[in-house]
Design a protein around this ligand. Structure first.
Ligand code: URP
Ligand code: ZN
Ligand code: ZN
Length: 467
């Protein structure tokens, strides 16, 4: 047995902050005691990490990533190896990626192919949601089996992307009805894709081909309408609902109304919607393509509403929707036709730092930072308290975070396999110093010690916000 002791840091969880020593045995946290207390003074360990002046926080849980996702004739540029390494550099120690069901195939086939991509390649632990592209009687049975076994207890459906991932309302309702009975959680990409495709064709016919039109045709109203419809369908089915990548204030208002009515409706937003805007999409010389994602970036005014939603718990989770495509050779596929720009932004390495910057700026508290980035995603997707907290019995996924270090985010220094940073040149205060993944030090004082294959697949429980 190897004992590790982290001494003297400010331990921050979603529930409390205390200056404490943390005792780890092999892969698990076994005890916490106030620094300087008699109990802590009696602890001995082979390895002692001095965290004085630093924060000791749970490793981040990023519940929305797309490593190697095939999209728009290309595939996301981070593999499970490069993407999970970058995640760890940024203080994230668990990702939940999306296994994709191809139309005509089973969910099983999609999961098998995602296991093959991830197994033996991840630096940190990982789990899978399943993207359901084809709701059939057989697939409905698979929703039961996968939820029961814990292999995948959450299922993403799309109201967008007709002809690719899109499900009509009938299919959505049937999947929701099934999850109402089996405990699975439906995740929704809420945009009216049928209407958007009409607007895309009209924009292109009018010669509007630049990246900024991506934001214009994916109208806020069409996110709000789809969010409203998804909530009503979930209500009819008696099922819980988790709306992914919420970007529009009016979509958030739909969630807030539903939650005020006591409905089991949850929402996620992403750093890009909190820190970037349509100004980025409008950057000249096709640079706006770097910021094409769906739902799209919105005008700056939406950011204050999203921050408010995070403070009031109308939004519970911040995930990255990390789906990187290089500018050269990938985003460029859409020169002359914005609809051919592969959708997605890099960010798995930046989330913890950007949210800490929000702490520095007084937008959220330190505990709320840990709640929305660690504890809530773990609870939402059945991983708590193994992940998302620092407590006896939890996996020793621990980050020593320097809250005073300053850094400049840049593609020149990041570890994601993508040739640009969506936050190029942005100064942030705070930096990950050391990262433990199940007790193993994968990053120490800016030195990479991790290895592909250390990360293991996580079976999950069901959503822990439901009775
Ligand atoms: N979000 C995005 O633009 N790309 C990834 C796929 C999705 O989450 O819809
Ligand atoms: Zn989506
Ligand atoms: Zn996504």
């Amino acid at each position: 047995m190897t004992r590790t002791l982290i001494t003297g840091g400010l331990v921050i969880t979603a529930a409390e902050e205390l200056t404490a020593d943390v005792l780890i045995e092999d892969q698990r946290i076994v005890a916490l005691a106030s620094t300087g207390s008699e109990v802590a003074a009696g602890w001995r360990a082979e390895r002692v990490i001095d965290a004085s002046g630093k924060y000791v926080i749970p490793g981040g849980v990023d519940a929305h990533t797309h490593m190697e996702l095939p999209f728009g004739g290309t595939k996301a540029s981070d593999s499970f190896e490069t993407g999970t390494r970058a995640a760890a550099w940024g203080g994230t120690t668990t990702i939940v990626d999306f296994a994709v069901q191809q139309v005509g195939d089973s969910l099983r086939a999609g999961l098998d192919s995602w296991h093959a991509k991830a197994e033996g390649n991840c630096a940190i632990d990982y789990a899978f949601h399943t993207i359901v592209s084809d709701v059939t009687d057989e697939v409905l049975k698979e929703l039961d089996l996968l939820t029961e076994s814990g292999e995948s207890t959450s299922f993403k459906l799309f109201m967008a992307y007709p002809g690719v991932f899109y499900s009509d309302d009938g299919k959505i309702l049937r999947a929701m009805q099934r999850c109402a009975g089996n405990g699975g959680l439906i995740m929704m990409h809420a945009e009216n894709g049928i209407a958007i495709d009409v607007l895309v064709a009209q924009a292109l016919a009018a010669g509007h081909t630049d990246p900024r039109y991506h934001g214009e045709v994916r109208r806020e109203l069409l996110e709000a309408e789809a969010t409203h419809r998804a909530i009503k369908l979930a209500q009819v089915a008696g099922a819980p609902l988790y709306v992914v990548h919420v970007s529009a204030a009016s979509a958030l208002a739909e969630l807030a109304t539903a939650r005020d009515q006591g409905l089991p409706v949850f929402g996620e937003t992403c750093p890009q919607y909190l820190f970037l805007s349509t100004d980025n999409l409008a950057e000249p010389d096709f640079e706006g393509a770097k910021y094409v994602c769906s739902t799209p970036l919105r005008p700056r005014e939406h950011q204050a509403e999203l921050w408010k939603g995070l403070r009031t718990d109308d939004l519970q989770v911040v995930s990255t929707d990390h789906c990187p495509f290089c500018f050269v050779g990938q985003k460029e596929l859409g020169r002359g036709d914005f609809s051919k720009i592969p959708n997605g932004l890099p960010g798995v390495e930046n989330r913890m730092d950007l949210l800490h910057q929000a702490v520095v700026e007084g937008r959220i508290s330190r505990r709320r930072w840990i709640e929305i980035a660690c504890a809530a995603p773990a609870r939402m997707f059945g991983l708590y308290p193994r992940k998302g907290t620092i407590a006896p019995g939890a996996d020793a996924d621990v980050v020593i975070y320097d809250p005073t270090a300053s850094q400049t985010l840049s593609a020149a220094t990041h570890h994601m396999n993508v040739d640009y940073s969506a936050y190029e040149g942005r100064q942030v205060t705070g930096r990950v110093q050391t990262v433990l993944s199940r007790g193993t030090t994968v990053l120490q004082d800016g030195r990479w010690l991790g290895r592909a294959g250390h990360g293991g697949f996580l079976r999950r429980g069901t959503c822990q916000y439901l009775g």
